[in-house]
Design a protein around this ligand. Structure first.
Ligand code: RP5
Length: 176
């Protein structure tokens, strides 16, 4: 089993359907992780304990997702020197705009790298990129991943051209 490098923390188990996408990205690159429920408001002591112990536990990056008054990523970031990536989770009634603003508006001095609303997959990829700074093998994997993205764009371009060619109207003067 891979060494645990990333802590995926979420404010509630109701965030799991979103935060699973972070785990999916990490799985694709064989990065070990743990998933934890903690809460900046409902269990601040646990949140502080986790943040303070994360580096000694061997973690290299924390990905934290929460919805509403989403203070979890910022509170974790205030108590560790590890990079923290925040995922604003969309919940009713403000659909994640509240979470986004709560996470992205950190004061100078305590940064949180914020991804888009429900952007847990990209949070996972960003964690991989951070780990890849000191891991050449991982950089190769990321390069292949990017090449795969480019290949998909080419494929879609071909499909679109084929489709357009099939429904191409006759040129002016060609009919009659
Ligand atoms: C936040 O409150 C959690 O991150 C979750 O997104 C939201 C609702 O939590 P539950 O009421 O579903 O536990 O702290």
């Amino acid at each position: 089993m891979s060494e645990i490098m990333v802590g995926i923390v979420m404010g509630s188990d109701s965030d799991l359907p979103i935060m699973e996408k972070c785990a999916q990205a990490l799985d694709e690159f064989d990065i070990g992780y743990e998933m934890v429920v903690s809460s900046a408001h409902r269990h601040p002591e646990k949140t502080a304990r986790y943040a303070k112990g994360a580096a000694d536990a061997g973690l290299k990056v924390i990905v934290a997702g929460a919805g509403g008054a989403a203070h979890l990523p910022g509170v974790l970031a205030s108590m560790t020197l590890l990079p923290v990536i925040g995922v604003p989770v969309a919940i009713e009634p403000l659909h994640g705009v509240d979470s986004l603003y709560s996470i992205v508006q950190m004061p100078p001095g305590i940064p949180v790298a914020t991804v888009t609303i429900n952007g847990a997959y990209n949070a996972g990829l960003l964690a991989v990129q951070i780990l890849a700074v000191h891991d050449e093998k991982l950089r190769h994997k990321l390069n292949s991943y990017r090449q795969g993205l480019a290949a998909k764009v080419e494929e879609k371009d071909c499909q679109l051209r084929d489709k357009l060619a099939q429904c191409k109207r006759p040129d002016v003067g060609e009919s009659k």
